[in-house]
Design a protein around this ligand. Structure first.
Ligand SMILES: [Zn+2]
Length: 477
């Protein structure tokens, strides 16, 4: 036995109430779980009654490029995350969309500059990840924007049949290399003109390979109901397993529409595999786009290449200072990103309480002044929403970031504490766990996380990295 964690309050990831138990680990796997295990181990850790859960699975990330950096996944490890799903919202680092382009078209610049897009094929990215060994496990998706940008020079129109065929060829290569699925981001300029038929054709290939489709829907504002209808239409026509990303209702006119969208999803789940995720904040964050800024209570700049001095500043103040309107200010600040305060806590709590909903961070690791979700999403669900507000019981909140997520991702040996599962574990104090990152001070590790093990190796403890060699695996399909 390499590790014995004694006297923990074990939340096994299934949603069952916790039980006092010991957990025995051999190498990278859990070998026994039970009260008073009569085992000797090279290392014994007394949990002193703290909560022990499966390592959290961040189902929605943009960590593609930082997974290849030594400290790139520290924001995630610090929260207890041991697995990240990359390549969301249509944005993936591979295959490279840079032929004939000088800069990656927004929002591809969210995850890296031109030099980051250096992998000709999806398999090359996975090879690089394996050679590097990431700090967390990585579940890689391929993004529709890159498929589209490789097939088309002008993205502001529907694709021709030949262009769809070219995307399908690249998609087939990515799926063969081990992509867990495909993501789309129809709200963004590179895919705005993609028809439902184009998406359904690609989704059918994803379905045939038994993989997952994740979607940042076409409209998350007043048009969110018709966007859910489009999503369900694609799922029905293609038969693809579907994950609706960061479900939300943006802008005051859309507040409350989650009652309608959740009813639609619930009905669809009777015959189709539809899941959804959310991040626990009422502000969104992405690149600077005028339509996203509309309907926001407040917009704060998270990065700006031409005007780094404006990072953290309020867009309305910048407009006043420059004496220009919002569209002009945004044009001057680009390329850049922002935080858009535009949601209602009522919708957020309703979506979080909906049983199928999973938790993701949608953290943007490259932003100079990131949305606090990058460092705080998981502890915020456990502390603020589960413990303090009682929106869901703690064991339910944990299942939404472990066992349920693993089931959606078809990860058979992750997301649960049980013999035969991998030793991805997080030890935390349920009374103290709390997100410390705020909009004003966003780069702060959470409180209350005592230890985080990735494949049996202690990677994070008491607020800092342990310095142990990185131990994440590439969980290719
Ligand atoms: Zn998105």
């Amino acid at each position: 036995m390499t590790l014995l964690i004694r006297d923990a309050l074990v939340y096994d990831g299934t949603g069952a109430p916790p039980m006092r138990a010991d957990v025995a680990v051999e190498g990278d796997g859990i070998v026994a779980v039970g009260p008073d295990l009569p085992l000797h181990a090279a290392e014994v850790r007394d949990a002193g009654g703290l909560a022990l859960a499966p390592g959290f699975i961040d189902v929605h990330t943009h960590d593609d490029a930082v997974a290849l950096e030594a400290e790139g996944l520290h924001p995630k490890l610090s929260q207890g995350v041991t697995t990240v799903v990359t390549g969301n919202c249509g944005i993936s680092l591979a295959p490279s969309p840079m032929q004939g382009r000088e800069a990656p078209p927004p929002p591809l610049d969210l995850i890296g500059e031109a030099s980051a897009y250096r992998f000709a094929r999806f398999g090359d990215f996975l090879d690089a990840l394996r050679a590097f060994t990431p700090g967390c496990n990585v579940v890689p998706l391929v993004g529709h924007h890159v498929l589209r940008a490789r097939a088309m020079a002008d993205l502001a129109r529907p694709a021709t049949e030949a262009e769809v065929a070219a995307m399908r060829a690249d998609l087939a290569e990515a799926l063969a290399a081990g992509a867990a699925g495909m993501s789309t981001g129809l709200a963004y300029p590179p895919a705005k003109h993609a028809t439902t038929d184009e998406v359904a054709a690609l989704a059918a290939d994803v379905a045939a390979a038994g993989r997952l489709w994740t979607t940042h829907m076409r409209d998350e504002r007043l048009g969110v109901v018709s966007s859910v209808a489009e999503t369900l239409d694609v799922a029905r026509r293609s038969g693809v397993r579907t994950l609706i990303s960061h479900h939300k209702c943006c802008g005051e006119a859309a507040f409350g529409l989650s009652t309608t969208t959740l009813a639609m999803i619930d009905k669809a789940r009777e015959t189709m595999q539809i899941d959804l995720d959310l991040y626990p904040y009422t502000a969104s964050s992405t690149v600077l786009i005028e339509t996203f800024a509309r309907d926001s209570r407040k917009v704060a700049i998270s990065w700006s290449e031409p005007h780094p001095e404006m990072e953290g500043r309020d867009l309305a103040e910048i407009c006043a200072e420059w004496g220009v309107d919002q569209a002009t200010a945004i044009a001057r600040l680009r390329p850049g990103g922002a935080i858009y305060h535009q949601m209602d806590d009522g919708d957020l709590e309703r979506i979080l309480a909906y049983p199928p909903t999973l938790v993701g961070s949608d953290g943007l690791p490259r932003d100079k002044r990131p949305h606090p979700r990058l460092w705080g999403a998981f502890p915020r669900v456990l502390g603020h929403y589960a413990r303090d507000k009682g929106v869901v019981p703690l064991e339910t909140a944990i299942a939404k970031m472990t066992g349920q997520t693993a089931r959606t991702l078809h990860l058979a040996d992750r997301g649960r504490i049980a013999p035969g599962c991998k030793a991805d574990l997080v030890l935390f104090d349920p009374a103290a766990i709390r997100d410390a990152a705020t909009y004003d001070d966003p780069v702060r590790p959470a409180e209350g996380i005592a230890g985080v093990w990735v494949n049996g190796a202690l990677a994070w403890a008491e607020g800092r990295p342990t310095g142990a060699p990185r131990s994440g695996a590439v969980l290719a399909a």
